[in-house]
Write a new protein. Sequence first.
Length: 162
Amino acid sequence: MKVILHDLDQQYEKMFSGRYDRVIPADGKYAPCQGCFGCWTKHPAECFMKDRLQQVCRIIGQADELTIVTKNLYGEYSAAVKNVLDRSIGTSTPLSTYRGRQMHHTLRYGKHDLWKVIVYGEITEAEKETFRYLAERNALNDGFERSEVTFIGNLAGLENLL
């Protein structure tokens, strides 16, 4: 399954149609993670909050390919995208295991293929380096085999990167 998570305006929704099985708009029309860890223990992979991100753990957890389109925020995901990623912590379990000689949480849904990030907006070389490292670590933590980060100054060429 191909999933896209983005912080773009609604006008871009047509661009994603037919290319992705699921589209997750990070538009702020949901509650931020409360840090209760219920999606880990009480009701696995399901948030107790009854909004449109209630099933986001399952959607991201079942993705073979996750594409994230985000505005640069000092070498980090935009706040809206970060909120969605925070709500997806239930893709793993509270148990730990070793992967790549490092300790990580046990994956609830197994391995995935590609964690792809498209970053738009102004960005310095130091922020690019931070973003590459962040995407690589996020991919490893969430069980993705590889990560890829692309930087674009504006959204004009976005369609060619999807």
